[in-house]
Structure formats: structure tokens, C-alpha cells
Design a protein around this ligand. Structure first.
Ligand code: DGJ
Length: 467
């Protein structure tokens, strides 16, 4: 309406010599006004969008998430860098330099709080029960630190139990090659813990053990076994484990497969291979709603991620494979799905040192994948660009609350790998349902994926459907 009136006014007040010139001028002016008007609407909507995205107090339609979405700051001071560190620094922030410094005064206060502050579900009472404290030592039901690094969780529908599998790293940290390459511990095996509440974990034992004598065996203790993940095959009724298998210098770059009749093993090791004939280092597996499972792995010297479906028995890959994030050098993939859309959190490649997480998304699992950005919210800026000093390993959906996930990450301790810590935080997908898509210009507007920093937090009441 406003525009129509304006145009009428313009046309009648214009003094033209000829009718046609008048027409051309007035239409051009009208065109300009329309463009300006359109621009101001887009600008306004854009600002509204930005305001929405960063207004963390905006209540989620499900108020259960509200508390988890509160932004929590971290206020610790970083000491001034020492001279040696100034020259050596290659990392992304002074916080990461500080983190990697074994003598940092923050080491036992912020990064690796000592055992006196351990989370002990067997001794916690009343108000402190069920709280996650990212970065603190976490004890199992026997009172020992949980050893399930680079891990993943299987929810076993047969027993209504969660199983957490990960690297059992309880050995000495040393360098395989005279202080060169990444620090390592000998393979001990894959640790497995069970829980009904995702907080109290009972050790089920080492479900796939290292080979102590045969030096040519993949699982010989001098090799590398990382990031084990287990899924259940409904057809074969077998539990299938995939893991990163490597030589001490990471040249073998393969995946290993193991099989068991029960979630608590023992798993039978079936061997390793290079999937699709390519190198495979950091990896994960993902079972889709239609029971098709996929292998996702860092390949081509970590320059490219590969993704492809597994065979029906989950014991091999098929010939189908897509190359994604080409040239982006991503690793530590953790895949999840929400409302039919696929998401993946990945890290950069900086050994055991933390770096910035990115979230990628796609409407179809084999792509096209788009990178939507850093999901970390809260803490402080250095915390956010270093994934709260941790690296992604798994994202666990909480089916009772669609959109709420547990982001599982490892805070590696390169000088004492067995003392690496778990950083579990709420990951929430929200945003686009109540945002207009009309200004997308043909591009999809992805929902916002956020991982919220909390010193302590717990899952919302009623998350547990089977308890
Ligand atoms: C980063 C990977 O994500 C870890 O799983 C491990 O392989 C380290 N690199 C070794 O430096």
C-alpha cells in the first residue's frame, strides 16, 4: 500500500517533456524504490535472524532445554607466556599453549583437576547426584577412573542398557620414535562399561584385548587401536565393532573389525583392511534409522573424509563411497541425525592438542555436505575455539527429547594419556522450525547446532524412557 501511494505521487508530480520519457523515468524510479524496499525487508529479517540465533535466553519450545541453554562463562586468567613458549608456539591460542605446558599453574586447577575432585557416583549423595563435571576424573562403580577414551555408546535394546566402549589407555605414555611423532601408550584393548542412567558406569572388562606376543598381529601392544565403536546387527544378531588400526608410526592407516554375540564380549577380531583401498585413520560408524550402517573415515593423508555404506552384515564396506570436506583436513568424526537431517562434528588435525570443532550438515548421508560452523557456546573465546580443550568422539541422542544430545569429547593429556578426561556437554539442535525460509534465496537455512559449556550439568528430568 505504502509503495503504491508513493508511486502514484511520483508519477503525478514528475514534470516530463514527453510522455514516453516520463514513463521510462518513473518506472526506473519505481524499480529503484522497490529494490530499496526489498533490501530493507531482507536487512530487517536478517537482523531478526541474527538476534534469534544469538539470543541464548530464547526459550526452547521444550522448556526442559532452557537451563542447559544458559550461557556460562569461564573467568580464569592465563599467566603471561614464558620466553621459551613464545618461540615454540605453533598452536591456535595462548590457552592451548598453556594447556600443553606440563608446568602450567592451571594444570591441576582448570585442565586436569586432581583426583580429590573426582566424580564418584557410588559416593555422591543427594544434590550432587547425576551431575556431569566435564574434565574431572570420573570413577566407575569400583572406584577406578573410567578407561574408555575415543569412545562411543551403544544403547542395547535387548537389555535396555547403555554400553560405553573406548580405548583402555591405562599404561605408560612414551614416544615410539625418540621424542618424535605423537605420544602413545601400548594397546591394552577396548574397555567396556555398562549403565542404566548414563552416569553410573560398571566396568564390564576389556572386551577386545591386545596381543602380547605375536608381533605381526594388528593388536600387538606396540601398534595403535583407537576410536572403537559398536553397533548391533538385527539380522545377524551380532554386535559389530569397528576401530582404527594402525602401526606405531600411523603408516598402516586401516580399519579393524571385531564381532561378538553379546555387548560385553569377548569380541572376536576378524582382521583389518584399507576401506575402498584407501588410508583410514580417525573413523566412526553410524547406523541409520533404516538399519543401513556407514563408515566415515579420514583419508588421503587426512585431507579428505570418506563416507560409505557397510554391507548388510556390517562386516565390510560396499563399493559405494563419497569424498567429503575435500582439502579441509578434518578428523574425529561424530555423526548424528535429527528430523531427517544428518549432522557431523569434526575437529582439525593437531595430534593430541585441541583445536576448533566444526559442524557439518546434509540432507542426504552421502552428501552434499555443508559446513555450518563452530557449535561451541559459552566458556570464553579461547575455550570455544579449542572445543573446551577437547576433541569430538561421539554424539548420543536422547530419544525422549528430540533435539537434545550428549556431545562426548576427549580432553587428551599428551604427557599422561591414561589421565585424559571426558568432556560431556549438552548439544542442542534448534532454530529453523520457527524461522521463515523465504529469504533463503534457494539455499537451505540449517538449524542451529550448539554445544553449551557448563562446569556442571545434568540431564533434564524424565529423559530416561526405560527406567
Ligand atoms: C588425533 C586423533 O583424533 C586421535 O584419535 C589420535 O590419533 C591422535 N591424533 C594421535 O596424535
Amino acid at each position: 500500500m505504502r509503495i503504491n501511494n508513493l508511486c502514484k505521487k511520483l508519477i503525478t508530480t514528475l514534470h516530463c517533456n514527453t510522455r514516453s520519457r516520463c514513463c521510462v523515468m518513473s518506472w526506473s524510479l519505481l524499480g529503484c524504490i522497490l529494490l530499496l524496499h526489498l533490501y530493507s525487508i531482507i536487512q530487517q529479517k536478517h537482523e531478526e535472524g541474527v538476534e534469534f540465533q544469538f539470543n541464548v535466553n530464547h526459550p526452547h519450545p521444550l522448556s526442559h532445554f532452557h537451563e542447559l541453554q544458559q550461557v556460562e562463562k569461564e573467568n580464569f586468567q592465563i599467566p603471561p607466556p614464558n620466553k621459551k613458549r613464545l618461540h615454540q608456539s605453533k598452536s591456535i591460542t595462548p590457552l592451548v599453549d598453556e594447556f600443553l605446558d606440563e608446568h602450567s599453574p592451571l594444570r591441576h586447577v582448570v585442565f586436569f583437576p586432581d583426583k580429590t575432585s573426582a566424580v564418584d557416583p557410588m559416593k555422591s549423595k543427594g544434590n550432587d547426584s547425576y551431575y556431569y563435571y566435564p574434565g574431572r576424573v570420573w570413577l566407575d562403580t569400583d572406584g577406578n577412573p573410567i578407561q574408555a577414551h575415543g569412545g562411543g555408546i551403544l544403547f542395547d535394546e535387548n537389555s535396555n542398557t547403555y554400553y560405553w566402549y573406548g580405548e583402555y589407555k591405562d599404561g605408560l605414555t612414551y614416544f615410539a620414535h625418540k621424542n618424535k611423532g605423537p605420544a602413545r601408550v601400548d594397546i591394552i584393548g577396548v574397555g567396556c562399561y555398562s549403565s542404566k542412567d548414563l552416569w553410573t558406569w560398571k566396568k564390564e572388562g576389556i572386551v577386545l584385548a591386545a596381543e602380547k606376543t605375536n608381533k605381526t598381529h594388528d593388536l600387538h601392544k606396540s601398534n595403535v587401536l583407537e576410536r572403537p565403536k559398536v553397533i548391533y546387527n538385527k539380522k545377524t544378531k551380532k554386535y559389530v565393532m569397528w576401530m582404527h588400526i594402525d602401526s606405531a608410526n600411523y603408516a598402516k592407516a586401516s580399519v579393524g573389525i571385531a564381532l561378538s554375540d553379546t555387548p560385553i564380549g569377548p569380541f572376536e577380531y576378524l582382521g583389518s583392511r584399507r576401506p575402498h583401498g584407501y588410508q583410514s585413520r580417525d573413523m566412526t560408524i553410524f547406523k541409520d534409522e533404516d538399519n543401513v550402517a556407514y563408515l566415515i573415515y579420514s583419508s588421503e593423508q587426512n585431507n579428505v573424509m570418506h563416507i560409505g555404506p557397510l554391507t548388510e552384515d556390517y562386516l565390510n564396506v560396499t563399493s559405494v563411497m563419497t569424498r567429503i570436506f575435500v582439502g579441509q583436513r578434518r578428523e574425529a568424526p561424530a555423526m548424528f541425525k535429527h528430523k531427517g537431517t544428518y549432522y557431523m562434528v569434526t575437529s582439525g588435525c593437531t595430534g593430541w592438542a585441541p583445536n576448533e570443532a566444526l559442524v557439518h550438515t546434509s540432507e542426504s548421508i552421502l552428501g552434499t555436505w555443508e559446513t555450518i560452523g563452530n557449535p561451541c557456546v559459552g566458556g570464553n573465546k579461547m575455550f570455544r575455539v579449542s572445543t573446551f580443550l577437547a576433541q569430538s568422539t561421539f554424539v548420543l541422542p536422547l530419544t525422549k527429547f528430540p533435539g537434545l544430545f550428549i556431545f562426548m569429547a576427549d580432553r587428551w593429556n599428551p604427557s599422561e594419556l591414561r589421565d585424559s578426561r571426558y568432556v560431556w556437554l549438552p548439544l542442542i539442535v534448534d532454530g529453523s522450525d520457527d524461522q521463515a525460509l523465504e529469504y533463503g534465496f534457494g539455499y537451505t537455512l540449517w538449524p542451529r547446532v550448539s554445544i553449551y559449556w557448563h562446569k556442571k550439568w545434568k540431564l533434564p528430568m524424565g529423559w530416561n524412557t526405560f527406567k
